[in-house]
Design a binder for this molecule. Structure first.
Ligand SMILES: *Cc1c(COP(=O)(O)O)cnc(C)c1O
Length: 222
């Protein structure tokens, strides 16, 4: 079951800033995705490779599929033929594998670097220094079938609005620094993927260009 009212409220809220909505459909049935598609939604986000591949086979071809989970190198090949944007890249080896699979499919695959901005401990995401080092490596060893288009981050799950806001600001600031340092020659580093059901309004205020919203549209995942 989708929440049509929330969808309309959300799309209206995103319109002035032209923020892209990625509807996060993980663990939800294909029929829910189809229902939102019928209202005009085209960008959908999934966290699990097998689930994404199954849904992709059942649903319309013009859906733009975003992979937003943690991607293991050995599974890149399953999504490489069709994935629109991979949000969670946090190592050179993963970039290298995506490049290899993109080449096999005759494509250039768009990626975002995942930055660790939250206080919570997690294995995933780069800090500022690691992001710089990764970019240095990419500059020294170009990957022609990859396009690094921006950054993705998840703020802390916290009621402390100041803390969440500060984390979004840090991500935006890093986006600016990397853009100045590595992307002056072209115009490709434009995406700032931040904001979820609980914090998308603040994320937009802080410069998000892409929000990833699940439970507000599809209900809780239980
Ligand atoms: C699940 C998920 C979301 C959506 O979370 P909601 O709180 O349901 O909106 C966004 N981003 C990532 C990376 C996720 O894993």
């Amino acid at each position: 079951m989708i929440n049509k009212e929330n969808y309309q409220t959300l799309t209206a809220a995103l319109q002035p800033s032209k923020t892209t909505l990625v509807a996060v459909s993980k663990l939800k049935p294909a029929s829910d995705i189809q229902a939102l598609y019928d209202l005009g939604q085209r960008d959908f986000g999934e966290n699990y490779v097998q689930e994404l591949v199954e849904k992709q086979g059942q649903l319309p071809d013009d859906i733009r599929w975003h992979f937003i989970g943690h991607l293991q190198s050995n599974k890149v090949k399953y999504i490489a033929p069709f994935v629109h944007l991979i949000h969670g890249v946090d190592s050179y080896n993963l970039l290298k594998e995506i490049n290899k699979q993109a080449e096999k499919n005759g494509r250039v695959i768009s990626c975002l670097l995942q930055i660790h901005i939250a206080e919570e401990e997690t294995k995933y995401g780069l800090d500022e220094k690691e992001a710089m080092e990764l970019m240095e490596r990419v500059e020294a060893n170009p990957l022609p079938n990859i396009s690094i288009e921006g950054l993705m981050g998840m703020a802390s799950f916290s009621d402390d609005a100041n803390k969440v806001r500060a984390e979004f600001r840090n991500l935006k600031a890093l986006h600016h620094v990397l853009k100045q340092s590595y992307f002056l020659a072209n115009d490709s580093f434009k995406i700032l993927s931040m904001g979820m059901s609980g914090d998308y309004e603040m994320a937009i205020e802080e410069g998000s260009t892409m929000v990833r919203v699940g439970s507000l549209l599809f209900g809780n995942r239980g």
